[in-house]
Every structure is written in structure tokens, then in C-alpha cells.
Design a protein. Structure first.
Length: 257
């Protein structure tokens, strides 16, 4: 079945790249050159300058992991609903990893996947905005970068809290086959979002939330405090309790793990 407003399955075409600086950069260049097709997946065997959230880098070993970007035209969503797409992607990755790594997989707010207390996957969504004739902004393209640690057995010293699927299971995986399976998982959650609305996806995200109902240490500016994680609301704000109920935007607090 075709994707909403796409006319083909997500991950079609599936384009393998031997080496790029960043799959998101490559995808953005394809969009700006009018060469991108909605639903296309760009998979890299090697990424030399991967990007993470808030200007961080994403280090990855050649031919060992899933490094990919999917491009979509999310016509049924507005710009203020960006968290809905991020949630959709996180749940799709969760479903794939849960299948192979079991119940210790969780979704860490706002968009990382953890196995126990170790990061196994991350998401970086960049947007292409088009101005409409009346000056309003239109969400033209979503550029969904996904990195998943698959077969890598050693990580840089600076990345102390990372694990791969192979480290967890002891098994070697075909990264291309898993990337295509992830495209299928993302297609399912994206269709669910389009046809059933945000509530089912949002509920699943909160059900799988990392450290839910546990006390966690956070840092806000120069203050460190403990708070109990309750949920993430529809706007993407983290809801915590520390004497009072409080809510935080992405980037407003840092985890102290």
C-alpha cells in the first residue's frame, strides 16, 4: 500500500551510498536539486561527518551500522506538529529494536533509543520550509536522519554509554536488510499517524518512555535537581514532578546520567 500523498512505499527508492559526509546533507542536496522523491531512503555504508542533536556529532564505524535518511512530504501535518513526526519515527525504531533486543529497549525523551542505560539509536529531523504566497510557512520536506548501532563492538572513549545490537544479542546482522525492515516499520507508524491521528502513537511513546515514574537527575543552567519522570505531552514537553509538576522544552534541561 502506498504512503499518504506519496504513491509508493517508504524506502522506495532505497539508495545505497558508499561514503558521504552526512546522509542528511546528501538528502538536503537532492531536495534542493529537485532530485528527491518523497519516501526515498538514502543509506550510507560510511558517514564521515554525521550530525546529532544540538550540534553534536554522530560517530559510526564503516559498514557496521544503520546510517540512513528518509525524506517525506508530511502534507497532513503543520509545522507546529513536528513532534508528532519525531514520535512516529521513535516508535518505529523501538518496534524494530524490541523485536531483536527484547523488553529492555526504551525511548529516551526527546528522540533517542536506549537499551537499559545505553544509547543504541538516535534521530535528527531537519526541515525544508517553503513560503506560501501570503507569506505563511509551509512544511515542504521532512529530512529524517536515523542512526542505529548494529554490529559495532567498540566506541570512542568519549561515548561511554553506547551499545550495539551485536553487543546485546551476540549476533551479527545484515545492516542493509535491517535498514529496509526499519523502512517498513516506519511506513506502518507513519500510516497510523496519518489515518488514526496522533493519540495511538503518542500513547505508545509514553508507554515505552525511558525512566518513566523513576527519579532522575537533571541540570538546568547551573542548578542540578532530582525529578520523577511522568510523561511527555502532545507538544513534546517533558512532564516531571519535583514537589510540583513541571514541564520542560527540548534543550531546556540536560540529563545527568
Amino acid at each position: 500500500m502506498a504512503l499518504p500523498s506519496v504513491g509508493r512505499s517508504l524506502g522506495s527508492p532505497f539508495i545505497e551510498l558508499q561514503s558521504v559526509d552526512s546522509t542528511n546533507n546528501y538528502a538536503l542536496a537532492q531536495i534542493h536539486a529537485n532530485l528527491a522523491q518523497p519516501g526515498a531512503c538514502y543509506f550510507a555504508h560510511e558517514q564521515t561527518a554525521g550530525k546529532g542533536q544540538r550540534g553534536k556529532s554522530w560517530a559510526t564505524e564503516k559498514d557496521a551500522n544503520i546510517i540512513m535518511t528518509v525524506v517525506l512530504k508530511p502534507g497532513f501535518l503543520q509545522l507546529f506538529q513536528q513532534f508528532q513526526l519525531s514520535t512516529c519515527v521513535a516508535v518505529a525504531i523501538y518496534e524494530l529494536l524490541h523485536k531483536y533486543a527484547g523488553p529492555s529497549i526504551t525511548i529516551k525523551w526527546p528522540n533517542d533509543l536506549f537499551w537499559k542505560d545505553y544509547k543504541i539509536a538516535g534521530i535528527l529531523i531537519e526541515n525544508v520550509i517553503a513560503k506560501q504566497s501570503k507569506g505563511a510557512a509551509n512544511w515542504d520536506w521532512a529530512v529524517i536522519g536515523i542512526g542505529v548501532n548494529i554490529n559495532q563492538m567498540e566506541f570512542p572513549a568519549a561515548i561511554k554509554k553506547a551499545r550495539s545490537l551485536k553487543q546485546i544479542t551476540g549476533n551479527e546482522f545484515d545492516t542493509v536488510a535491517l535498514a529496509k525492515e526499519l523502512c517498513e516499520s516506519l511506513e506502518r507508524t507513519y500510516k497510523k499517524l496519518a489515518h488514526s491521528g496522533f493519540e495511538p502513537i503518542h500513547n505508545e511513546y509514553n508507554t515505552r518512555l525511558y525512566k518513566k515514574n523513576e527519579i532522575v537527575k537533571f541540570k538546568r543552567r547551573n542548578r542540578v535537581f532530582n525529578a520523577t519522570i511522568k510523561s511527555v505531552n502532545e507538544r513534546g514537553q517533558l512532564i516531571v514532578e519535583h514537589g510540583i509538576e513541571d514541564k520542560f522544552e527540548f534543550g531546556e534541561v540536560d540529563w545527568v546520567l
